[in-house]
Design a protein around this ligand. Structure first.
Ligand code: AMP
Length: 542
């Protein structure tokens, strides 16, 4: 027997419709790419998103067509998301930090018909435009006054474009499993792979993000997503904030410590989300200028492991942290380290131990860890295994890749190695390709990196496995020191000694001027492995 409830497809534009109806005057504030602070609200965003839909429809963009955005977090970009999805077209967010050739590859693979972009990225696009045959026109997120001369095909300023519509238009209706958005993974090996979110997965993911133990913001809060709209579905914030009526503060093109601090302060931001690199810049700015964060209550941090020292710095300022793990293929939320019983009672170092884990999954994400033979491993907080996940907002395939990516039970292998404890708290110990295999045992490169950055002179640390004649691989610690600070190999080894098992201690430390990063801010270990492939340990003869 079927239930007698309404067939109410979970479509993304229902979120902005709800926000306009119930939280219409709630503000969306942007540091515009042109410079000044811009203020609008959810009712306005919805009205202008409808104009985007109307213009695209008039331009014959149809259900399933791809429309790319290469843009910062701004109100116009948010309107474009809802406008594109509102007619069943697919909003393809492109990461502008990729190399131009990768951007061209991705746009061609997706066969984007329209590209919407910011003033910042016109020069990059002009250089590759003749290699993008599917693109019919470019829409620049600006107004007539700021629109430059450009060779981009059929280019028009966004404000001029939507001025051609009267907004008398209705969102389209279609099946909730229709594709809504697309984001390519920035894999360090092989071609990028297209993750295709559906309307249903985005709406369900927003509901997962909305709980107090997830992103933790409500209608009385203000959220500043430093995480870009082009990175992993903006961690769902573009859907979750309007669905709850949370005020949004969008940082535009300026993500340095001083600019982020200024917005946090002047807009009285209560919640913010971003990768550790961003928080490092913010904390440095705060320390150098002796500042405080009186309004901020929660920093959500993910994308890479959040170092213990960083967690402590925020706690010392009275700001809660929520360490999160996820990936593009998971929409992206996987786990969040909110404190629940019995850990909620913990204090001091043991509380920090839990806050430093990647946390437990919200309802809607299932996890397991397995060995190389696919046998499930226990949740004892000690046994490492391959982390696999399933859920309604987890990928089952990549766009135009004919390969099965799920195991027999329908789980997706994340490529991460993790432990899970009996309360469901997961701890990433490594990427499966980064784990150091020493004498048949595994050493976690992430644990060593976290420990090393706790040294006051260390800005950033990376650990790679390097060939060793006796042990196969041993850890090499690569360190970038803070500007104007000094520390020797012995200082750092002494600092680490006693805090980890003896056999985990790095065999050597090398100092570098800078550690390379991927386009999404992760340490680029392939480049480091390449750089140090002929390296010999001083202990190698032992
Ligand atoms: P992406 O799809 O670019 O967001 O990358 C996802 C990958 O980033 C995951 O599979 C992890 O390897 C890594 N990652 C994300 N969050 C964390 C975290 N909190 N700690 C450690 N690694 C993380």
């Amino acid at each position: 027997m079927r239930g007698l409830m309404q067939d109410w497809p979970l479509l993304c534009h229902r979120i902005i419709e709800h926000a306009a109806a119930v939280h219409g005057t709630q503000e969306v504030v942007t540091r515009s790419v042109e410079g000044p602070i811009h203020r609008t609200n959810y009712a306005e965003i919805r009205n202008r998103a409808l104009k985007v839909s109307q213009c695209l429809d008039r331009d014959r963009i149809k259900l399933g067509d791809r429309v790319a955005t290469i843009a910062w977090n701004t109100w116009r970009h948010l309107e474009a998301w809802y406008g594109i999805m509102g007619i069943g077209a697919i909003c393809h967010t492109v990461n502008p930090r990729l190399f131009p050739e990768q951007i061209a590859w991705i746009i061609n693979h997706a066969e984007d018909r329209v590209v919407m972009t910011d003033l910042t990225f016109i020069p990059i696009l002009e250089k590759i435009a003749d290699k993008l045959p599917s693109v019919e026109r470019y829409i620049v997120f600006t107004d007539k006054a700021h629109m430059p001369q450009t060779t981009l095909k059929n280019a028009i300023a966004y404000e001029d474009w939507i001025a051609q519509a009267d907004g008398n238009f209705k969102w389209k209706t279609f099946d909730e499993n229709t594709a809504a958005a697309m984001c390519y993974t920035s894999g360090t090996t092989g071609d990028p792979k297209g993750v295709l979110y559906s309307h249903r997965s985005n709406v369900l993911h927003a509901l997962m993000a909305n709980s107090g133990d997830s992103l933790g913001a409500n209608a009385t809060d203000t959220m500043l997503p430093v995480v870009p709209l082009f990175h992993a579905n903006s961690w769902g914030i573009a859907f979750s904030a309007p669905s709850m009526g949370t005020k949004l503060v969008l940082p535009g093109a300026k993500l340095d410590g001083a600019s982020v601090y200024e917005l946090l302060d002047t807009e009285k931001v209560t919640h913010t989300a971003g990768v550790p690199t961003v928080w490092l810049m913010l904390l440095n700015h705060i320390a150098a200028n002796n500042l405080k964060l009186p309004h901020l209550r929660m920093v959500v941090c993910g994308g890479s492991a959040m170092p213990r020292s960083m967690i402590k710095s925020f706690l010392d300022m009275g700001v809660q942290v929520r360490h999160a793990w996820g990936m593009t293929e998971m929409s992206p939320i996987g786990t969040l380290a909110a404190l629940k019983p019995p850990y909620s009672e913990f204090t001091g170092e043991s509380r920090l131990d839990i806050l430093q884990t990647q946390g437990y999954p919200p309802f809607g994400v299932q996890m397991k860890i397995t060995d190389d033979a696919d046998k499930e491993l226990p949740w004892d907080g000690k046994t490492f295994g391959r982390l696999k996940v399933s859920g309604p907002a987890v990928s089952q395939a990549y766009f135009r890749v004919d390969a099965n990516i799920l195991d027999e039970e329908g789980y997706f292998d994340t490529g991460d190695v993790a432990t899970i404890d009996k309360h469901g708290y997961m701890r990433i110990t490594d990427r499966s390709k980064d784990v150091i295999k020493s004498g048949g045992e595994w050493i976690s490169s992430i644990d060593l990196e976290n420990l090393a950055v706790g040294h006051p002179a260390v800005a950033e640390a990376a650990v790679i496995g390097v060939y060793h004649p006796k042990w196969d691989e041993r850890p090499l610690l690569i360190v970038q020191l803070k500007q104007g600070q000094s520390a020797t190999r012995e200082d750092i080894l002494k600092f680490m000694d006693g805090k980890i098992a003896k056999w985990w201690m790095p065999d050597d430390i090398v100092f570098v001027d800078s550690i390379p990063h991927t386009a999404t801010g992760k340490i680029l270990k392939t480049a480091l492995r390449d750089q140090f492939k002929t390296y010999n340990f001083p202990t190698a003869a032992a």
